[in-house]
Structures are given as C-alpha cells and as structure tokens.
Design a binder for this molecule. Structure first.
Ligand SMILES: C[C@H](CCC(=O)NCCS(=O)(=O)O)[C@H]1CC[C@H]2[C@@H]3CC[C@@H]4C[C@H](O)CC[C@]4(C)[C@H]3C[C@H](O)[C@]12C
Length: 329
C-alpha cells in the first residue's frame, strides 16, 4: 500500500509513503535538463524541465516512483492492482496520438508540463501502454496523482479507458478506484476536530469524557480505503506554521497518520509490509525530504544544488540507518 498527499502553506508540498515488503534499491534521482530521454514510442526529448524524485535506476534509466519538476508540477505512482489496465501498443502508422509506456509516464509528463492544466492537455492526446521496461521488471499496475499548487488530478487507466478525475482532497491511496474512495468519505460526514454534541437521543445526556472524541469512527486499520479516510481527515484539518521547517514537519505528521509498522500487515507467510520511505517535496524549491523505516531523521536533497544543465543523472542512495542523538554521553 502507499499513500500520497499534498499540503499547502506558503509553498506547496507533495509526497508519499511507499509501503511494501521489500525494496528495489531506489535512490533519490535528479534528472538534469539535458539528460536525453529516449521514449519507447514517442521519440527523443533532449532538453526538458529538470526532475527530482525517487527512482529505481535500471540500465541508467530513472524509473520514477514519484517526482517533481523545476516548475513545481509533481506526480506519484501508487499500486492499483486488479484495476489498472493499459492499452496494447499499436504500430506507429495506426495511431495519431503519442504512445507512452506506463514506466515512462512520470518523465513524459514532468519533462514537458509546467502545470496540471498542461498535463491535462498531454493526457488528452496519449495512449498509455502496458509495455514492460524489461523482462526482469514487468509492467506495474499503478494509478497516479498529479498536482501543482493550484490543482490536483488522479489518472486511472482501466479496462474502460483512461480516466482523469479532479482530486479536491489531494490524497490518493490504492484500491478501490478513486471515485469510490471519495464516495466513502460520505460515511464520515459527522466526524469533526471538535468535541461531539450529545445528540444520540434526547433522553440520554452522554459525556465527552476524553479529548479527540469528534474523530470517533475514523478507521485505524491499514486497508487502502481506511488510510484514504484517515489521511484525508488529518490533511484537511491540519494546521501548521507557514515556514519551511514547520510545513515539512507537519507534512511528515500527516503521512505519519498512516505509517505501517512491521508486523501489522502480513502479505505472505512471514513477510510484512512496512513504510519503506516517506517523502515530502517542496515543489517550489525542488527540495526532496525523506525519512526511511529506520531513519526518522529527515534528510534532504536540493535539486538546485546540482548542475541542472548537465546531461548525466545524479543519484543519492537513501540514508537508511537511524542515529540516536545522545544527550548525556
Ligand atoms: C511496489 C510499489 C507500490 C507499493 C504498493 O503500493 N504496495 C502495496 C501493495 S497493494 O496496493 O496493497 O496491492 C510500486 C510503486 C512504483 C512502482 C515502480 C514504478 C517504476 C517502474 C515501473 C515498471 O513497470 C516496473 C518497475 C518499477 C520500478 C515499479 C516497481 C514497483 O511496482 C513500484 C515501486
């Protein structure tokens, strides 16, 4: 499972958790403006917006899980198992629109679009194909969240075509499809950050004996529908200072509300899903912050500290070992 969220204070932030039972060996990858993208069907793009994000680098190619470009447009791919269905690639002369393999969808959009509005235009003239990157890396079943500081959409490629939905909460998890996830919020219309009134029945005066009782009913399990509700409530009620430190700290608390602890979700005998990493990107500044399961210290990589006119990928391995800061020895 995974969860993605957006958050706006003075700047706009976007990030995700990646929950899984093993890691591919992903890294922070910065793709500078002159790295040549050789798209499977759509040709080469030699000069483009620079990207920063989390990627598994295979044969020198950044297979992005989530990324942001220098214009402040961000995108993340999350599992959508059982619902994702892609197009078959057609011979070039049989299609008018650009064909894009699912593994190159993030670079396709982020190298060329500065805003969600521009991404929507690209989406209207493309076919997303199920083409695998390689035999060892078969097609992933994903759906995507795309956001800038003003709007947010979800893209789902299903048997009945490519859907593009407005996302007014700025949150995405996994199954079921996005419209169902949103609909489920109706079940929680009564929850609140405020203490409940005693409205159970006129004859009973019930007591709010603890703080936080307005949120009673919000699910706490790790299913994707439950995480959607939990993180939507947390995000939409979030209050923080506007400054960078306060915003980033709050962002990690938002995604922390759906953190997965080893042992609570068994996927196969003896294998447990955990939150491998949590990310938070300041989309305006191009800074990628992250924590890992064992390293709670927020670590950051700034794309603008690199030569963005280069043509070579720049990678930073995840710092995944935690450190205790001793105070008395
Ligand atoms: C496993 C992850 C989702 C985690 C998740 O959601 N786990 C809950 C399971 S569940 O929701 O409960 O069922 C997803 C998210 C992004 C994916 C990569 C995207 C690029 C690339 C695409 C290629 O085609 C295949 C290889 C590739 C490196 C992908 C590997 C893997 O697929 C990644 C890491």
């Amino acid at each position: 499972m995974c969860t993605a969220a957006t958050y706006k204070t003075k700047d706009f932030y976007m990030g995700r958790t990646l929950d899984y039972e093993f890691s591919y060996g992903e890294q922070i990858a910065i793709t500078p403006r002159n790295y040549e993208f050789d798209f499977r069907f759509a040709g080469k793009i030699k000069s483009h917006y620079a990207l920063i994000g989390m990627a598994f680098v295979a044969e020198g190619y950044p297979l992005y899980y989530d990324a942001v470009n220098e214009k402040g447009l961000g995108m993340a791919g999350l599992n959508f198992v059982g619902n994702a269905a892609y197009e078959e690639a057609l011979p070039e002369d049989e299609t008018e629109v650009s064909q894009v393999a699912q593994f190159e969808f993030i670079p396709w959009i982020l190298t060329q679009c500065a805003t969600v509005a521009e991404a929507r235009e690209k989406l209207a003239t493309m076919r997303l194909t199920g083409t695998a990157f390689s035999e060892q890396l078969p097609t992933a079943q994903l759906h995507w969240i795309i956001a800038d500081k003003d709007s947010c959409i979800v893209v789902e490629s299903m048997k009945d075509g490519l859907h593009v939905y407005d996302n007014p909460v700025g949150v995405l998890t996994n199954n079921p499809p996005f419209p169902s996830q949103m609909f489920a919020l109706n079940n929680y219309a009564g929850v609140s950050r405020k203490q409940p009134e005693s409205t159970f029945a006129g004859v009973l005066q019930l007591d709010a004996y603890s703080r936080g009782m307005g949120g009673m009913g919000i699910p706490g399990d790790l299913s994707s529908q439950s995480r959607f509700v939990k993180v939507a409530f947390t995000k939409l009620n979030s209050i923080s200072g506007e400054e960078e430190d306060e915003s980033v700290s709050q962002f990690f608390h938002i995604l922390g509300s759906v953190d997965q602890q080893r042992g609570c979700c068994e996927v196969t005998e003896g294998k447990y899903e955990i939150t491998i990493y949590t990310s938070c990107c300041n989309t305006a500044k191009g800074i990628y912050y992250y924590t890992t399961y064992d390293n709670h210290q927020i670590t950051a990589v700034d794309m603008h500290a690199e030569n963005l006119d280069s043509d070579q990928l720049i990678c930073y391995p995840l710092l995944s070992k935690g450190e205790v800061r001793w105070q008395n020895k």
